[in-house]
Every structure is written in C-alpha cells, then in structure tokens.
Design a protein around this ligand. Sequence first.
Ligand code: NAD
Length: 458
Amino acid sequence: MSNPESISHIIAKQRFFFGQGSTLTLQSRKKRLEALDQAITRHEKTIFDALALDLGKSPEEALLTEIREVKKEIRFTLKHLSSWMKSRSVPTPITLFGSKSRIQPQPLGTVLIIAPWNYPFNLSLMPLIPALAAGNTVIMKPSEMAPATSAILAKIISDAFLPEEVALVEGGIPETTELLSQAFDHIFFTGGEAVGRIVMEAATRHLTPVTLELGGKSPALVAADAHVELAAKRIVWGKFMNAGQTCVAPDYVLVEEGILPQFIKALKKYIAAFYGETPGKSPFYGRIISERHFDRLLALLENQHILVGGIFDRKERFLAPTVLGDVSAESPVMQEEIFGPILPLIPVSDMESAIRFVQNRPKPLALYVFTEDRAFCEKVLRETTSGGACVNDTLVHLSSHHLPFGGVGPSGMGAYHGKEGFRTFSHYKSIVKTSTRLDLPLRYPPYPRWFRHLMNRI
Ligand code: NAD
C-alpha cells in the first residue's frame, strides 16, 4: 500500500470503523491487545532472525530490549485498562448548583505512528499498545532502514488485525510524506530532530497534535566519589548495547580528573569482559545499521585520541567499542548525537563545571549521574533539565511502567509508557451534567440591579 489513493482509502475505512463505535468497549480493546500478543508469540523466531539480519542483534538482546518490553507493556496495560478507562467525578462549584462534573477519557480517532530503525520492533509496537488501549485506529510506518523487521511487523499486523483496526505502511521518505499530507487525529513520531521538524511542520497544516520522541546528546557525569568500577560497568553496558545505537545511550562522559586513570582502566576491563578481546567475534555485539552511518561514525574518529577500540571492518559494518580520551568540546564528535559505539571522555576539574557544561547545551533525553553524595546528586537533578535521569545507572528508567518516558525541548515533547501512553492517545473530555429539576432564574437576563453585587460576593 503506497499510493495516495490507497492511503486515503484506508484512512477513510478506519474512520468509518471508528465512527461505528467498534473500538470503544473494554472487551474489544483487550481483544486487540491479546491478538497482538499472540501474533508476536507465533512469529517470535522470525523476529529474532529479522533483528539479527538488520542490526546483528543477539537473541538475548532482542529478548531483553525488544520483545520482552513489548510483552510486559501489553500485560501491564491489560491489567490496568479498565481502571484507566473509567471516568472520574470531580467537585462542582456552587455556581453550578444542581450539576455534576466528570472527566471522561475518550479515544482521539485515527492516529499515525512513525518509528525509527534502532529498536525497530520495540519502537513500532510500544506506542501501538497505548494507541489501541485508548481505543484508536492506527496506521503504522516502521523504518525502511530495518527492512527485515519492517517485513515481519507487516506480517504480525496483518495476522492480528483488520486493516480498519491497524494498517501498516512500509516504505521510506515518499511513503511518510504521503502519510503526513493526510489529516490524522494524532501523530506519534520517534526519530531524529531533523525529521521531527518535518513531522511537526506537516502536522500544523491540519492542526494535528504530535508526540515527538527525539534524541540528543545524553551526558554521564562521574564524580570523584563515585563507585568507579560500577560506574564504568554500567556506562559500558548502556553505551555499547546495540552498538551504541540507543536514543538514551550515554553519549559522552564528564569525569573528574582525579579518577580518570582508574575510570579508563575500569572501562577497558568491562569492554573486554562483555565482548572479549575481539568484539568482532562476540555474539553479543551488534553492527552499524548502514554504510552511511558507518562512514559518519568513522569520520568522527579523525584526529581523536583513541584509548580503546577504533578497530573496524567496513564490509561487516563493524566498529569496535571505542573510547576517546581528552576530547575537546569543540571537536565534531561533540557537535552531534553520536548514535554509535564511540564514547568521548571529557575530564573536568570539578563537578560544578560538569553541571555548567550540561546547562550550556540543548536539553538531553537522559542524564546519568554517578556519585555517592546524595546532596550533589540532588543538585545535579535540580540544576539540569533532561527527559529522564538515572542515579548510578544507565538506561534502566525506560523499563518502568510507572515512569513516563519522553524528552524535553529539543529532545522531544510528550511521553508514553504505562498510563502515560494511554493519556497521550486519549482526550480527557470535561463533562457537566445539569439537572432538569432545578432551573435557577438568576443566570438568565434581564439581570436585577443587585446582580453585580451578588456576583462579586460569591
Ligand atoms: P529518522 O528521523 O531518520 O527516521 C525516523 C522515521 O522517519 C523513519 O520511519 C523514516 O522512514 C522517516 N523519515 C526519514 N526521513 C524522513 C523525511 N525526510 N520525511 C518524512 N519521514 C522521514 O531517525 P532514525 O535514523 O530512524 O533514528 C535515529 C534517531 O531517532 C536518533 O536521533 C535517536 O536518538 C532517535 N530516537 C529516539 C528515540 C526516543 O524514544 N526518544 C528512540 C529511538 C531513536
């Protein structure tokens, strides 16, 4: 499905389906989530194969970061959906005497989800779950850069749903451009800042609300009093998972000078422990998505002081876990989101300068602070702005259903995961229900002379 007629046709079919109330009941919403869950289970083997083909992802990592997260989200949503769907009574002011007030969540209608390639399974389906839970019909556009995963997603969607419930459009820029020319009730976009602007601009034409899940340079701050071994271990884990192609990967490290040698030693130790002396042979180390990204990453290594790694194989799109020492804030590697297995270290004389460094840059998607000093940790959290944050860890805030996930400023707008996702894909309608038994005459003109006096008093 890739021409404008068929896209507008499918939207029209979805709108008709939605208009009939087919997505509204708790039962029908649960049925869709269960159908998705079952289709994923049926195709699990092909999902593993696709992720290995697209990103060299091991089944273990695919399970940990893609399939299990999606299944967990479905289970959590099924458990809480009926309470999320309930309307909530709120107090009614005395001026509306004889009325009752409530807030009722309602689906938005037909929504568009556009996904990136780095966690191509997770980031296509994680927004689909709340979109369905909230009672919407959905058009999905996975990334063309992960073609094997896009193909298996198409299979899963057509297995589990009628096209009027969920339809998947495969393709790249032309198909997305076609989709963006249509009027949707919400657009949920995950990807880079540049395309985020294109999506937002297209959405303004129809005044469509958007959620933008973008990226940026997420810093890690390592203070002199940190548990250095664990800091290095958790930074290596968060950085080199998926070969650094993670939106919340620690992009660079601000580390206090005094502990630099010890920190570098620990980084080397854990890179070797996780991926062996020849990471190219590790079944747990991924590949760069495309030659274009591979070449972009290699260019970032030019004129840099390589402390670890730097080894590559273009044919395999393999770049070893790489650590750069003494990186200048002006170097190209510090100008853009790295989105690959390169970790620049920037020594700082004290942690005050680390805070200033972060404050002087665009607000990141995540921030990681490593310290044993509770007061300093609170100071960092208070004085810096980021989408999310972890103390003494990396990435893990993403896996909690109870924490909204999203960026701030240039790292994104809006959030999802758990109930926050349901909220994102719902409209909260304010309703006043007024009794017909009572009809106070005062609100209607002509108003008596003492009316203004009374209004000023109540
Ligand atoms: P991207 O912005 O290049 O592509 C995302 C989607 O937009 C794809 O489906 C693609 O087909 C489409 N697209 C690309 N160019 C387009 C154009 N000109 N017009 C219309 N549509 C277009 O992003 P990517 O390279 O797939 O992913 C990497 C970026 O995504 C990184 O910046 C990363 O930080 C960010 N990201 C953010 C999150 C998050 O949850 N916040 C998660 C993963 C990735």
